[in-house]
Design a protein around this ligand. Structure first.
Ligand SMILES: Cc1ncc(COP(=O)(O)O)c(C=O)c1O
Length: 421
């Protein structure tokens, strides 16, 4: 393998998605140089078109006031439906199974209200031991809300090798708890290790034991093509501010399997935006649910935030997830190869599984002797990455806006700084 800068530039010239980088604002250092931005797994970059999309709604608000609900170029009343098809394509679902609303943790709670239905003997919730803490807090509080002791109700699964789950290991561990489990809430991609999980195989195992399979796709949506519909998953939720580039704190996507559409026995917290659109303004007391995931909506949505999502989804639609994934495999593969070849002093350990099907954009790197000052050092050297204790640098080359040259620059800086620790 060629370790030169020229080789990285050659790879960029041959990249059919290279021009998409131009569609994004790339943050700059004090010297005016572009940062090597590898934190898209934390907060995706801003599309240049976002401002125009938001400005459109501001103009329509200025010009039409409340009538913008009907007269705006993109009328606000059905605005969430403008996102539906493209979002459904990203997660591989039927459009009626998908809605954009609220934030991620809020949605996980709303979905657990519907799908965590514990009994005296079947009440456990399985999560990853290394799950993002918000999910852990959410399931603990759900168990408590139903009168269970989280110490007993929550089962946290850890990989036997201490790093990542081997193929089928999650399924085998779920089988051990079998009938005592009411819900498995699992990540599509683990935030810390970057490991990708097979939604279908986890769902199949859950369903063998009558367990509800729910997924947090925060690190999967826009990173890896998924087939939520085919997986048979019961529900899922994801944020849009990471790989989906829709801005800080942006809204969350929700998937509810269509088999639950209009099922009367599903408990649900309800609000007027989940009420049948045709008769919503009759202001009747009797709740008539919309079809599909729409019924889970509570409030009229924040249009300005949705405009940012619309701007981003339009870019995804042009690039297409399959092409993005192909580039991502090459980009992250190049990163892994360069690290292995250039780390002659063995300062870096790659924690993410080495198999292509078990990783997406992200690699998690343990840096020998590093503490949090290291991430600041990277920043001062033009690299924006992300830090997790105790010594992990997470980097995610994103195929929409990162280049092979970005990866080359990062590895050279990283190795130089790591060797100096
Ligand atoms: C895997 C995962 N779950 C949940 C959350 C919490 O998201 P929110 O603050 O939008 O509820 C995050 C945030 O980064 C996350 O990465």
């Amino acid at each position: 393998m060629d370790l030169t800068k020229e080789y990285a530039q050659t790879l960029d010239h041959g990249d059919a998605l290279n021009s998409f980088r131009e569609l994004f604002h790339i943050p700059r250092t004090n010297n005016g140089d572009e940062f090597v931005y590898l934190a898209g797994n934390s907060l995706g970059l801003q599309p240049k078109s976002t401002a125009t999309y938001i400005q459109q709604e501001l103009d329509d608000w200025a010009n039409y006031g409340v009538e913008g609900h009907f007269l705006a170029a993109n009328p606000w009343m059905p605005y969430h439906t403008f996102l539906r098809e493209k979002m459904a394509k990203i997660v591989g679902a039927d459009p009626m199974e998908v809605v954009v609303m609220n934030s991620l943790t809020v949605n996980l709670h709303l979905l657990m209200v519907s799908f965590y239905k514990p009994t005296k003997t079947k009440y456990k919730i399985i999560i990853e031991d290394g799950v993002f803490p918000s999910d852990d807090y959410a399931v603990q509080s759900q168990a408590r809300f139903h009168g269970f002791d989280p110490q007993d109700a929550i089962v946290r699964l850890a990989p036997a090798n201490g790093l990542f789950f081997e193929a089928n290991e999650v399924n085998q561990q779920i089988e051990r708890y079998g009938d005592r489990v009411a819900l498995v809430l699992w990540g599509g991609v683990n935030y810390k290790s970057g490991q990708v999980f097979d939604l279908k195989s986890i769902t199949d195992t859950c369903h063998k034991f009558g367990i509800v399979a729910g997924f947090d796709l925060a690190h999967m949506a826009g990173n890896i093509p998924c087939s939520l519909g085919d997986s048979g998953a019961d529900f899922a939720a994801w944020c849009t501010y990471k790989y989906l580039n829709s801005g800080p704190g942006s809204l969350s996507g929700v998937f509810v399997n269509k088999k639950y559409s209009n099922k009367k026995e599903i408990p649900r917290f309800e609000g007027w935006w989940g009420h049948d659109q045709q008769s919503r303004f009759l202001m009747d007391k009797h709740f008539i649910p919309m079809e599909g995931a729409d019924a889970w909506q509570l409030s009229n949505p924040p249009i300005l935030s949705m405009a940012a999502i619309k701007a981003s989804l339009d870019i995804f639609d042009r690039a297409e997830m399959q092409h993005l994934r192909q580039k991502s495999i090459r980009l992250t593969g190049y990163l892994a190869d360069l690290l292995v070849k250039m780390d002659e002093n063995n300062r870096i350990k790659i924690l993410t599984p080495p198999y292509i099907e078990m990783r997406g954009c992200q690699l998690s790197l343990a840096v020998t002797n590093a503490d949090k000052a290291f991430i600041h050092l990277l920043y001062e050297n033009g690299i924006m990455a992300d830090w997790r204790e105790p010594n992990i640098v997470r980097v995610a080359p994103v195929p929409l806006y990162n280049s092979f040259l970005d990866v080359w620059k990062f590895v050279n800086v990283l190795i130089r700084l790591a060797n100096a620790l």
